[in-house]
Design a protein around this ligand. Sequence first.
Ligand code: HEC
Ligand code: HEC
Ligand code: HEC
Ligand code: HEC
Ligand code: HEC
Length: 490
Amino acid sequence: MQRHLLLICVAAIMLIIACAVALAASPSSSSVFPVDRDLFKFYPSLMVYEKTKANFTEPETCAGCHQQQYEEWHGSLHSLAFVDPVYQGEMNKAVKAVGKEIGRHCSSCHTPAATVTGEVSGPGLKGLSPVAKAGVSCDVCHSVSSLNHCRTPSKEPENGSLVLRPGEDGKDSPVLVKRGPHKPAEECGGGFHECKQTDFHVKADLCASCHQVYHYDKHYPLEATYLEWKHSPYAQKDIHCQDCHMVDHDTFVKTADSMTKPQRKEYRHYFNGANYLLYFLSAEAAKKSGDKQQSVRLMKQYEMAVKRLQKAAELEITPDYRNGRLAEVKVRVKNIRAGHNLPTSLTNVRQMWLEVRATDEKGKVVIASGSLNKDGSLPSNVRKFNSDGMGSDTHFAIDPWVVTAFSSHETIPPKGFKDAWFGVQVPGGTKQVTIEVKLRYRQADQQVAEKLLKAVPDDINLSRDYGVTQIPVLPVVDMISLKKVVAVRQ
Ligand code: HEC
Ligand code: HEC
Ligand code: HEC
Ligand code: HEC
Ligand code: HEC
């Protein structure tokens, strides 16, 4: 009996010691999101660099043997991710507001290779190597050797949680190793690099950690494209980011409609998205610098982005009667072809809203909603589908280092819908009402864009490089419109 008691006591003491050891080993104590600083040396970035004597290679070298991939990638936002003046403006503001440390966080997604080598830690382009300026370059994606998604503070992919390993030390000289989806053929790499096959290059996992952007300290998901996708019917049907963004326009439409994967030979390196404004600005810059070929590539991406937006949604108009008389109009907005919420990513910056106008037989306006104000801002009662950010003081905020939560989040889930209601009062004797609805999209609020572009670092000159002397009215894309005549009496 006594022996039993003793054993229980010893077991209890051992348990207490084990717990104490476990507590001491957990890196940061009281925070909701403890961080393993030994693993994540570039924190607030969660990128890991396995350094060897093999260096990163600039895209122009890869182009020598992979001309087609280079042509497609070169006009993409991935190639512009670091030189993007909108990014540079915001980054400049971030470093001034928070300090140098946040620079690693931003640049590890916008120019990963140059961040882990220490070349870049803040805004500005002066004196940087081609690898740095190439942003999300060939050698970023094709040097990813593994993923740290389950070891992040949020236990989800976030803030660049991938491992970069461009090669091995080698016996005599460094050996470059490039990773991709295929089983390497014998001649793979043409003597320039070795090849290794991975299972994640054809999956959303590769894109996940950069397309899940968390607040640098509080780990709030500011951009949640990956998780939106992961919980969608597309993920359940094995349709990944690549199947819509690494193909041409018609193939993307086919993927989304049929929920089937493209054929192997249909994959392209366009990474085309929705940011038509940046393609357009950059095409102007390329024209100014005399690079006609690059401006053609960028204008092609511009057109693809506008067309993609115009395929993303569908509208439905339904009259609602009360006591036999038209009382309200319901507008349903359906996300039919985006594999994540619509809009996604920077949902507290991008704007998507309804413009609704209804008239009676005499042309008298009976509903008017969502027309832009004279200064380019949205009217306060507009039905919009983005998010509003708030800081830790719960006040409205927009900058990503201030926003720690959303006060509203109205984006539309994949294959899902949201409804908007508009009250109508028509003069007696009116028989029918004509309703016109437009779903509109732009990159940002006019004032926000103006502030950002004014904050670009000194070595970017908007007028010299981009031909922008005065910030123009931001272009709006009409994603879809619909007109319907409804009877006033049921
Ligand atoms: C954002 C990540 C990313 C970037 C940047 C990128 N690739 Fe790829 N690459 C991929 C993925 C994903 C695949 C697999 C696509 C598929 O399913 O076939 C791929 C496939 C390839 C292949 C195999 C053949 C093929 O086209 O399927 C080659 C070669 C290649 N990439 C070269 C390049 C070169 C050269 C660049 C730069 C000019 C580049 N990649 C930039 C992600 C990237
Ligand atoms: C985890 C990766 C990641 C981190 C960290 C990150 N970004 Fe980004 N950023 C992205 C992605 C992905 C997009 C593209 C979203 C889109 O186009 O909808 C983006 C887009 C942007 C844009 C919009 C560019 C345009 O032309 O409209 C700005 C500005 C920006 N980021 C600034 C920053 C700043 C400043 C920081 C640091 C405080 C930062 N980002 C940190 C991934 C990241
Ligand atoms: C000297 C020529 C040469 C250069 C330079 C070169 N490659 Fe390759 N690479 C090849 C050959 C040959 C193959 C075999 C398959 C093919 O033809 O696409 C290949 C295959 C690949 C693959 C496909 C692996 C797979 O899954 O099938 C990737 C990814 C790749 N290269 C990336 C790169 C990147 C990134 C660079 C620049 C850092 C680069 N290559 C530079 C010749 C080259
Ligand atoms: C190393 C980080 C990183 C990885 C990996 C990455 N991206 Fe991106 N991606 C970015 C950044 C940063 C931007 C935004 C650049 C900007 O706007 O300045 C971007 C932009 C984009 C855009 C354009 C968005 C728009 O508004 O038009 C698309 C589409 C995209 N990425 C798709 C993908 C896909 C698909 C993959 C995986 C195959 C992928 N990305 C992997 C960092 C990354
Ligand atoms: C079924 C097709 C489909 C799939 C799958 C898909 N997308 Fe998209 N994506 C779209 C469409 C359509 C748009 C344009 C509408 C919009 O902005 O949401 C878009 C837009 C984007 C944008 C630009 C958002 C903006 O407003 O600036 C980014 C970034 C992006 N996708 C990344 C991804 C990533 C990362 C994945 C995988 C996790 C993915 N997409 C999966 C169809 C798809």
